[in-house]
Design a protein around this ligand. Structure first.
Ligand SMILES: NC(=O)C1=CN([C@@H]2O[C@H](COP(=O)(O)OP(=O)(O)OC[C@H]3O[C@@H](n4cnc5c(N)ncnc54)[C@H](OP(=O)(O)O)[C@@H]3O)[C@@H](O)[C@H]2O)C=CC1
Ligand SMILES: CC(=O)N[C@@H](CCC(=O)OP(=O)(O)O)C(=O)O
Length: 343
C-alpha cells in the first residue's frame, strides 16, 4: 500500500482523483489539500465520496506531503514548480496534472504561460506522461508531467500517421471541442450555465497554450518540426473532448484502419473502433479511454481521425493514475477498468 497526497483537492481533477482512487487496492490517500476549505471533510464538500474517505482538507505543507510516496498536483499552473523540487529531493515521486513540466523549452513555456519557470533543473528531468509514447521512461521517473486534455486526444489521434510519415507534417489541422469542466471549478463567467449552454464557440484561435505542447509531442514522433493549426471550442456538455483531426496524405494509401489497430493493439486505454464508426464522447464519460476512428473520405487525399476522451479522466486524473500504476509497478489498469457511463 502506498501513501498518496493530493494538492488541490477541491477542484474538478482533484475530486476525480479521489473518485478513481477510492477503488484502487494499492493506495491510501493520506493528505488532501485546500487553502480555502481547510478543516472541511471531503465528503461534506463532495457527497459522492461519502463512505469512501475519512479525510479533511488541510493547507498545502511540504513537511506533511513529504510523508507520502507520491504526490499529485491538481493545481493551476505555477504551483507544482514551486513545491515539487523539495518533495522530489526528499524522495517523493510527483505527478503534475498541470502544465509546469510539460514543455521542455522553458523560454517557450514562459512565453505561453506568462511567468518565469522557477525549477529548470527538475523540468529537465521531468518525463512527459503519455504512456502510449513514454511508458519506459515513466517507470523510473521521479517527476511526471501529465499531458493536457486537448493534447492527449490530439496526439493519440495523429500519432500513427506522423510516426509513419504518411501525412504532410507541415499541415496538420486539429478541430477540438471540450466540455466546460475543462476550464476547472474556479472558471470564469464563460462557463456559467447561462453563458455556455445552448451555444458553441471557438476560442484561442490565434494561439492556445496547448499548441506548443502538441507540436512538441508530434514533432518528436515525426522526427522533425510539424506545422499545426489548432482550434479549440467550448461545447455545452460537462465532460468530454471530441477532436476531429485532418492530415493530407503524401501518397494514396490503403490500410489506415490496420495501421491504427496495430499501433494500439497492446494499449489498454486506446480503442480503435471498427471502420466507419463515429465515436461519441458519452462512450468514454467517466472512463480512462480514448476511442479513435480513422477515415479517408471518398478515397481522397485527406485523412480524418476522430478522437474522444473524458477530459477529467484520460485527459487528467485517469491518465495521472495510469502513470502512477506504471511508476510503482502496479497493473497499469488498476483502478481504471470501469466502462464509460452511457447514456
Ligand atoms: N479540468 C480539466 O479538464 C483538466 C485540467 N488540467 C489541469 O489540472 C490542474 C487542475 O485543474 P482543475 O481541477 O480543473 O482546476 P480547479 O480550478 O477545478 O481546481 C484547482 C485546485 O487547486 C487549488 N489551488 C489553487 N491555487 C493554489 C495554490 N496557489 N496552491 C495550492 N493549491 C491551489 C484549489 O484549491 P484551493 O484554492 O482551496 O487551495 C483547487 O483545489 C490545472 O493545472 C489544469 O490546467 C489538466 C487536464 C484537464
Ligand atoms: C474548456 C477549457 O477552458 N479548457 C482549458 C484547457 C483544459 C486544461 O485544463 O488544460 P491544462 O491542463 O493545460 O490547463 C482551456 O482551454 O484553457
Amino acid at each position: 500500500m502506498i501513501k498518496v497526497g493530493i494538492v488541490g483537492g477541491t477542484g474538478y481533477t482533484g475530486v476525480e482523483l479521489l473518485r478513481l482512487l477510492a477503488n484502487h487496492p494499492e493506495v491510501s490517500v493520506e493528505v488532501i489539500t485546500s487553502r480555502s476549505e481547510e478543516g472541511m471533510r471531503v465528503d461534506d464538500m463532495y457527497p459522492n465520496l461519502r463512505g469512501h474517505y475519512d479525510l479533511q482538507f488541510t493547507v498545502p505543507n511540504v513537511t506533511t506531503l513529504a510523508q507520502c510516496d507520491v504526490v499529485f498536483f491538481a493545481t493551476p499552473h505555477g504551483v507544482a514548480m514551486k513545491m515539487a523540487p523539495e518533495l522530489v529531493e526528499q524522495g517523493v515521486r510527483v505527478i503534475d496534472l498541470g502544465a509546469d513540466f510539460r514543455i521542455k523549452d522553458l523560454e517557450l513555456w514562459s512565453k505561453w504561460y506568462g511567468m518565469e519557470h522557477t525549477s529548470p533543473a527538475l523540468a529537465a528531468q521531468a518525463v512527459y506522461g503519455l504512456p502510449e509514447v513514454n511508458r519506459v521512461a515513466i517507470k523510473d521517473a521521479r517527476m511526471v508531467a501529465c499531458p493536457g486534455c486537448y493534447p492527449t486526444a490530439t496526439q493519440l489521434g495523429f500519432l500513427p500517421l506522423v510516426e509513419n510519415g504518411l501525412i504532410d507534417h507541415r499541415r496538420l489541422i486539429a478541430d477540438v471541442k471540450s466540455g466546460v469542466s475543462g476550464a476547472g471549478r474556479g472558471a470564469n463567467v464563460g462557463s456559467l450555465l447561462c453563458e455556455s449552454s445552448e451555444s458553441m464557440k471557438a476560442y484561442g484561435v490565434a494561439g492556445h497554450r496547448h499548441l506548443p505542447e502538441v507540436k512538441q509531442g508530434l514533432s518528436e514522433a515525426a522526427g522533425r518540426p510539424v506545422g499545426l493549426t489548432f482550434v479549440p471550442h467550448l461545447t455545452p456538455m460537462i465532460r468530454g473532448i471530441h477532436a476531429t483531426l485532418y492530415g493530407i496524405l503524401k501518397d494514396p494509401v490503403d490500410g489506415l484502419q490496420a495501421l491504427f489497430e496495430e499501433r494500439y493493439a497492446n494499449e489498454p486505454f486506446v480503442d480503435v473502433m471498427p471502420a466507419g464508426s463515429h465515436p461519441e464522447t458519452r462512450s468514454v464519460k467517466g472512463a480512462n479511454m480514448c476511442r479513435l476512428s480513422v477515415f479517408r473520405p471518398q478515397n481522397d487525399d485527406t485523412v480524418v481521425v476522430l478522437s474522444v476522451i473524458d477530459n477529467l479522466v484520460k485527459g487528467a486524473a485517469g491518465q495521472a493514475i495510469q502513470n502512477m500504476n506504471i511508476m510503482f509497478g502496479f497493473d497499469e489498469t488498476e483502478g481504471l477498468r470501469h466502462a464509460g457511463m452511457l447514456p
